[in-house]
Design a protein around this ligand. Structure first.
Ligand code: SF4
Length: 410
């Protein structure tokens, strides 16, 4: 049976994440810096430039998913009145907190809890759930909550849309200065934005190595390799790590070494991973010689518009240009372009029960793309964190039948 090969740099990425969480834990214990919580596509550059240590609850909740703890803790949030239909990152995270549990303790000896925030900062560009989620913690810890109310369904990223978001980012400075006790420094922001752009460009180049045939990368690798792009953007170490990863992938491409021993079919994944089934899904596809090699999801941390010469406007543009923020027309054109770039044979759409925001197959998009491109597609029902929404048997049967059909039509 074909299996997925492990990349050498994956070990460095794992070490980076361990160092990141140990550092946060130390800061939380010593109080040597203020801690800001930030949404995954929130204004991390500004927070970092203002001297905050930055913690990302979504990454923590993804760990609840990968460790398969999430499903057990969702009911504790449901008991508070949160529907099982709303974001299972949020409900698992709140539920685990209420029970005094964190996957950080399992992964990193000596860490007993998540770091207490001094301020929580959101951007609703991705969904409203983050505001509710962060709002719950703001009350719990009695700390300020501030944020950006981004746009959704954006067709054209016009100057007026970008300016409005840029003003909201600038408005965060005064309350952040109050919490941090330090003065905002535009040169420091320029430096962080420059590093964030470099991280983003290198991460983009990493993902695009998957255009090689065979691809040296899989979507399942990407889901864990993207950790530093989420939590470390704006730092030199994240840039250096992705350069190392890019070199490793380029060497593999040059020698014709693919991520799978055999890559018969090339597949694009739309939507979130099922965190608790990352390994199982990787094995399922690899066993069918099908390489799920690129995705909309892993590209969420590409911020090509970032420009240190114009930090506020460029941050606003970068956080508005994202796929999740865009209109159906844009999404359709984007996926078609990626299907060409990655020489895709088939598409998988993950209909993630509790995240309609990262689910794109509910309003006919998958069918429209299939009709226009002739690239066949399959919808898998599931969820990012709530394993009660998943039928492993049904997923396996559907995927096997789909690949068999591809074989027949090949
Ligand atoms: S985008 Fe989806 S998964 Fe992410 S926080 Fe919002 S609802 Fe949850």
């Amino acid at each position: 049976m074909t299996s997925r090969k492990v990349l050498d740099t994956a070990r460095d990425m794992g070490q980076y994440m361990a160092d990141y969480y140990y550092e946060l834990d130390r800061i939380a214990k010593t109080g040597e810096k203020k801690i800001a919580w930030c949404t995954s596509v929130g204004p991390a550059e500004l927070l970092r430039a203002m001297g905050f240590a930055v913690y990302f609850p979504e990454t923590h909740s993804a760990m609840l998913g990968t460790s398969r703890m999430a499903t057990d803790y969702i009911p504790y949030a449901t008991a508070l009145g949160y529907s099982p239909e709303v974001c299972s990152y949020m409900t698992a995270d709140i539920g685990a907190f209420l029970q005094g549990v964190t996957p950080l303790s399992k992964a990193f000896k000596g860490i007993e809890s998540i770091p207490r925030p001094d301020v929580v900062v959101f951007n609703t560009n991705q969904c409203r759930d983050v505001q509710d989620w962060f709002g719950w913690y703001a009350k719990r810890f009695n700390v300020p909550i501030i944020g950006i109310h981004g746009n959704v369904g954006v067709k054209d990223v016009s100057e007026s849309v970008v300016s409005a978001v840029a003003s909201q980012i600038e408005d965060l400075i005064a309350p952040l200065e109050e919490v941090s006790g330090t003065k905002f420094d535009i040169d420091r922001l320029r430096e962080v934005v420059g590093l964030s752009r470099e991280c983003s460009d290198t991460w983009k180049a990493v993902l695009e190595e998957a255009a090689a045939v065979p691809s040296p990368l899989t979507f399942f690798d990407g889901c864990t390799l993207m950790g530093p792009a989420v939590v470390g953007r704006g730092t030199q170490i994240a840039v250096d790590l992705y350069k190392k990863l890019l070199n490793e992938l380029k060497e593999k491409t040059a020698s014709g070494e693919g991520a799978l021993e055999s890559e018969r079919f090339r597949i694009y994944w739309d939507g979130m991973p099922v965190w608790g089934r990352l390994g199982a899904h990787s094995k399922l596809f690899a066993g069918l010689d099908a390489n799920v090699l690129a995705s909309t999801y892993c590209s969420s941390w590409i911020f090509t518009a970032l420009d240190k010469a114009d930090p506020f406007m460029s941050m606003a543009r970068a956080y508005t240009e994202l796929f999740i923020v865009r209109s159906e027309e844009y999404k359709e054109a984007y996926i078609k372009e990626k299907a060409d770039l990655y020489k895709i044979d088939a598409m998988i759409y993950h209909d993630s029960r509790t995240c309609p925001n990262n689910t794109n197959c509910r309003y006919g998009l998958s069918k429209r793309i299939e009709d226009k491109t002739g690239v066949p597609s399959l919808i898998i029902d599931g969820d990012l964190n709530d394993l009660r929404c998943i039928s492993d048997e049904q997923t396996k049967t559907k995927v096997e039948a789909f690949i068999e059909q591809l074989e027949e039509n090949a």
